[in-house]
Design a protein around this ligand. Structure first.
Ligand code: URA
Length: 434
């Protein structure tokens, strides 16, 4: 079998067999198939698509490309959550501690930034010393003792996805339904949790821009999860504007901490409570969604989720001081307001462009080797449906480089549109696929 022939086959729109997909994944993982051939294949898949069988084979091949975590030594039913990626999506930082504070084992595998979206691991590295490169032993020990641990893909878990994820990030091949479904589900299956709750984003900041595509992706992933014997549910949530107000690694960590203190964005909290309620019911820690929601709100009121977050950061080597004093988080030297030059209701925010503004400032990777600047990004002050007067601040930009600040300001200009008609706030939770 030759990779060249497989690329040609897919380029011409022909369905790949399980054997061919296994060959491609194995070869890419062991290095015999180079990045440039895999990039060409990803682009062919991007344009030609994959059917359900091909997607399942790709998921299984990637899930089995390394170790499969045996979590049987963790007491109780384990829960994991994964987002399809969005702008300002700091959900895991709030949700994980809320659920863990209620005694549900959160055994989570997270990723880094992808395309215009941020990643949980990059955000967590805002805490000095924090690492997701922990051994399986420590991962299991931490979930047993404090109920929460986050691992990266370094420990030979779904290494094919890890390599492919980095490649797709820089070759404009992220936003394809089969590639997203297989990427997410291969990790979730390899990481071993019993209950998988998926947060499928929809809108201009998501990889799936339409509700139709987002629901189709949700169904595809739920089907793969259930087929593999995991209790899987997907929530489709709005990403037609950033989630909350902050975009950029340390800025998002600050918003997450504010939310754990009961002072953050209402939508972020609502999303965490919705996702968390399915994690609680799925692991039999609540009998009904209503009971689960009440319990989750309680973790914010009594600060048990905030304290759990600190415990988790410490357990993975991080300095937890910024949780109690957010001014200690990485920061930026240049801070500028962007003032509105038009008045009216905010009609739309081109959300992936907001993600790119953060990327331009240094908050994401331009190439696989790029270093992230944790302190940069932006904080929005106006969201869809808000009324804006000329001169009001739309956003504050945080930068560490004058040229990047200038480029970011230019790019930001086209992101907001206004209307004189009153604009309703968009429905936030679009639906649930069980
Ligand atoms: N998140 C993932 O883990 N993979 C994707 O392809 C997209 C979002």
């Amino acid at each position: 079998m030759r990779m060249y022939d497989l690329i040609m086959k897919k380029r011409n729109g022909i369905v790949l067999t399980q054997e061919e997909i296994n060959f491609m994944v194995e070869g890419f993982t062991n290095g015999s198939i180079p990045d440039y051939q895999m990039s060409a294949m990803m682009m062919a898949i991007y344009f030609r698509g994959m059917n359900e069988d091909e997607t399942l084979y790709l998921t299984m091949a990637m899930a089995h490309s390394g170790d499969i975590l045996d979590l049987s030594r963790i007491n109780g039913l384990k829960a994991d959550k994964h987002s399809t990626g969005g702008v300002g999506d700091k959900t895991s930082l709030v949700l994980g501690p809320m659920v863990a504070a209620l005694g549900v084992p959160v055994a989570k595998m997270s990723g880094r930034g992808l395309g215009h979206t941020g990643g949980t691991i990059d955000k967590l590295e805002s805490f000095e010393g924090f690492s997701v490169d922990i051994s399986t032993e420590d991962f299991i020990k931490n979930v047993n003792s404090i109920k929460m641990a986050i691992i990266g893909q370094t420990a030979d878990l779904a290494p094919a996805d890890k390599k492919l994820y980095a490649l797709r990030d820089v070759t404009a091949t992220v936003d394809n339904m089969s590639l997203i479904a297989s990427s997410i589900m291969s990790k979730k299956l390899a990481a071993g949790a019993d209950t998988i709750v998926l947060d499928v984003k929809t809108g201009s900041g998501a990889f799936m821009k339409t509700e139709e595509d987002s629901f189709a992706l949700a169904k595809e992933m739920v089907q793969i999860g259930k087929g593999a014997g995991r209790n899987t549910v997907a929530i489709v949530s709005d990403m037609d504007q950033p989630l909350g107000y902050a975009v950029g690694n340390a800025l998002e960590v600050k918003e997450a901490i504010d939310t754990l203190n009961g002072e953050g964005s209402k939508e972020l909290l609502e999303l965490c409570v919705t996702l968390g309620s399915y994690m609680l019911v799925g692991t039999k820690n609540a009998a009904t969604i209503e009971e689960a929601r009440e319990k989750l709100y309680q973790t914010i009121e009594d600060k048990s989720a905030l304290n759990k977050f600190a415990e988790f950061i410490r357990a993975q080597g991080g300095n937890d001081a910024p949780i109690f004093d957010t001014s200690l988080l990485p920061n930026a030297s240049l801070i500028e307001e962007i003032k509105a030059t038009t008045q009216g209701y905010v009609e739309h925010i081109i959300t992936d462009e907001i993600g790119i503004v953060s990327l331009i400032l240094g908050g994401g990777r331009e190439t696989k080797e790029s270093e992230i600047d944790l302190g940069v990004g932006l904080v929005l002050h106006k969201k869809v449906g808000d009324y804006v007067n000329i001169g009001d601040s739309l956003a504050t930009i945080y930068a560490n480089d004058k040229d990047k600040l200038q480029a970011a300001k230019e790019r930001f200009k086209k992101t907001y549109s206004f209307t004189n008609e009153k604009k309703e706030k968009p429905k936030f939770i679009k639906g649930i696929v069980e």
